[in-house]
Design a protein around this ligand. Sequence first.
Ligand SMILES: Cc1ncc(COP(=O)(O)O)c(C=O)c1O
Length: 415
Amino acid sequence: MPLSATVGARLAIDGGQKVKTTPYGIGKRFGDEELLQVKEALEQNTLFYYKGKKVKEFTAKFARIYGFKNCIATNSGSASIHVALSALGVSVGDEVIVSPLTDIGSVIGILFQNAIPVFADIHPHNYTMDPASIEARITARTKAILAVQIMGGPCDMDALVQISRKHNIPLVEDCAQAFGAYYKGKRLGGFGVFGCFSTNDFKHMSTGDGGMVVTADDALAQKAFEIADKNYYRSGTHVGKSAKFLAPNYRMTELQGAVGIAQLDKLESICQRRTKLGDMLSSLLQDTPGILPYEVTAGGTSTYMLYLARIKPEELRVDLDTFIKAMNAEGVPGGRYLMTPVYQYDLFQTRTIYQNTHFPLEGTGKSYFYEKGLCPVAEEVISTNLSFPLNEFFTKTDIEETACAIKKVAEAYAK
Ligand SMILES: Cc1ncc(COP(=O)(O)O)c(C=O)c1O
């Protein structure tokens, strides 16, 4: 339906004709390519990564395609971040600066090292960590900065790299949501000492669950490899010796590696398609009353894990929930993607990271509290966020109709 026919028309929620009548594009994510790889994995007669070939091939292929020197497999994105931080020596009472607008997986590794997440505020339109806020949060205890590349797009990496160098604090990238995205021509994952990826089922590529850690530093790569496998020292100079310090079992299985090999052949086109569709939606939503489209960080590209816009409540006659209901009635799914900043999760509010203790928020020489108002921009973004699904199977028409529906609702409810 052309936009001219929708603006001013009666809303579907009020009995009018809905804008989106055809279903969104769908497609198969897994096919014969994955089946063949899994069959080969099973025929190896082992599913253990160190004996088989699939995880090795998967990590080598990811490193080759994306230009990373070393790549280590793990069994989740959370695990990847944990491994990276442990390899950097993050330990009891250290502070790690992180975003409040992310999955809890960004902070799990920090907490399992008994370190403290320190939340920096974010940019109001691209939702990535604000460099000024990061710098303001640095203390003598800061051991790492975790740059969360959110929604498929990059942080201001020039600024973050500069802060990291100035204060001599390592930068780790959480690229779980940002496969294939660039900043000033360079792939995300290549700016930090470590880049961490997730291949859980909601990401651009899926191995069911899984993760990768990439680094240009060979010694750190060896350390990360050992940490992801209980510090077993299967290779290197310490083979067969006892674990030097506590490390988890985050091993990827050959089945995940096998699926990953096939998925990698699709990843680049998936990312490019998402960039095209997401950018298109942004341009169609420009100048819509009451709507703030997502803005990719200057110099970057986004591969849109989803599409997150915001409403401007002061320009609308209705609240966010009413807007969402009207949009859904027009045939466009979506709603509030984000409910609360991570620091407002129960474990931070009750200060009970581990059950029956306030450690490490107490007991390391400093007390930590996570009060409302800690990151005002993040709280504002969350209270106004309006998300839409977006994936590579959507058509150009899907995007046009999505924009039409949003515009129709926005015009109807504009003050
Ligand atoms: C930004 C971000 N970081 C980390 C993670 C954790 O990844 P996983 O679920 O694979 O542990 C996710 C997953 O949703 C994520 O979106």
